[in-house]
Design a protein around this ligand. Structure first.
Ligand SMILES: [Zn+2]
Ligand SMILES: [Zn+2]
Length: 95
């Protein structure tokens, strides 16, 4: 009895090196691996490069995939607007 490395299902196999229960699981795992490698190489390329936030000019982390820093991804004006809306709704309902 073996455990599929992708979906964790038990399966039987005569092939000793088979680690996935099905073709689909193998394909999914391969895709995931390629995606991981792609993200890794993109991060490697960013090393030593100064990427700045498009909005506030703050230095971006190499792990940040956005052109904006964490603070600017959430627009403070949008947050304020949303809060106002929520307040308005609760005020209307209160007794
Ligand atoms: Zn599987
Ligand atoms: Zn910013």
């Amino acid at each position: 009895m073996k455990n599929c490395k992708w979906c964790d299902k038990n399966f039987e196999s005569d092939i000793s090196y088979q680690i996935y229960c099905s073709e689909q699981c193998r394909e999914q795992a391969t895709k995931e691996k390629i995606a991981q490698r792609y993200i890794q190489s993109r991060r490697q390329k960013r090393k030593g490069k100064n990427r700045l936030c498009k909005q506030c000019g703050e230095k971006l982390s190499i792990y940040n995939d956005e052109p904006l820093c964490n603070k600017c991804v959430i627009n403070p004006n949008d947050v304020k607007k949303a809060l106002k809306q929520i307040k308005g709704m609760t005020n209307g309902k209160s007794k």
